[in-house]
Write a protein that binds this ligand. Structure first.
Ligand code: KIV
Length: 272
């Protein structure tokens, strides 16, 4: 059996120039599908709050929820690396808390690495986690857990603000992160970060020059249904939402009409 992808997959890709791919998953069935398509890593994102739990943001996601879903994804993943996201306040308060919570995602959730949001402000946490043998995927740019201080979900790193992002990127690299997610920044800023760093950049809304790309699977499959918000940077790869709705609708009408279940879906006392 081939070894699972891991931190070395990321460092080798940065050296060879091969693009990295990541897709989110939150449960066993989708993790199996994502894994079977050859993706490098699966992220159990705290976007769970939005796309699974129906919340307006990620602020209320808990460690228990992240562990529960990470474990399910790990069970369904044979080849891809599994990364568990650290929810709001699981790492910001203190370094010991951060290490203990990150460790829970590996021990109880069976993740191979954790992701956390922030740059210079979480350098100490990243350093301590890496010292405790916990690989860290950093996340800079638009960091949804800071929605209340950013005053909304806005493009980051425009113009002179690019310097702030560069400081963040160099800080997380220096602290030992094995890669960094760069969310919602202009192409030029992402390009400069990617050139400056020796660790891979994984873009989401950060243009084509990052070392890899990540998308939330509900967005790329249009699972939100009619009228749901799809960010500008998301390409719709399939309209799975419509396919599911049509299948559910067919079930409802066939049950009402008596067409389902037809004889081939029924048991009999004696086979005919
Ligand atoms: O929570 C999440 O899914 C994420 C990705 C969008 C990078 O942070």
């Amino acid at each position: 059996m081939a070894a699972k992808k891991n931190v070395n997959t990321f460092s080798q890709a940065k050296k060879s120039g091969e693009k990295l791919t990541m897709i989110t998953a939150y449960d066993y069935s989708i993790a199996r599908l994502v894994d079977q398509c050859g993706v490098d890593a699966v992220l159990v994102g705290d976007s769970l709050g939005n796309v699974i739990l129906g919340q307006p943001d990620t602020m209320s996601v808990t460690m228990e929820q992240m562990i529960h879903h990470t474990r399910a994804v790990a069970e369904g993943t044979e080849n891809a690396m599994v990364v568990g996201d650290m929810p709001f306040l699981s790492y910001q308060v203190s370094v010991p808390d951060a290490v203990l919570n990150a460790g829970r995602l590996l021990k109880e959730g069976r993740a191979q690495a954790v992701k956390l949001e922030g740059g210079v402000n979480v350098e100490a946490q990243i350093r301590a986690m890496v010292n405790a043998s916990i690989p860290v995927l950093a996340h800079i740019g638009l960091t949804p857990q800071s929605i209340n201080t950013m005053g909304g979900l806005k493009v980051q790193g425009k113009g002179e603000d690019a310097e702030r992002l560069m400081r963040d990127a160099l800080a997380v690299q220096d602290a030992g992160a094995f890669a960094v997610v760069v969310e919602c920044v202009p192409v030029e800023t992402a390009d400069a970060l990617t050139k400056a760093l020796t660790i891979p950049t994984i873009g989401i809304g950060a243009g084509p020059n990052c070392d890899g790309q990540i998308l939330v699977y509900q967005d790329m499959l249009a699972l939100g249904g009619e009228g749901s918000f799809r960010p500008k940077f998301v390409k719709k790869y399939a309209d799975v939402g419509e396919t599911i709705k049509s299948a559910f609708g067919q079930f409802v009408s066939e049950v009402k009409s008596g067409a389902f279940p037809s004889p081939e879906y029924c048991f009999r006392n004696s086979p005919k």
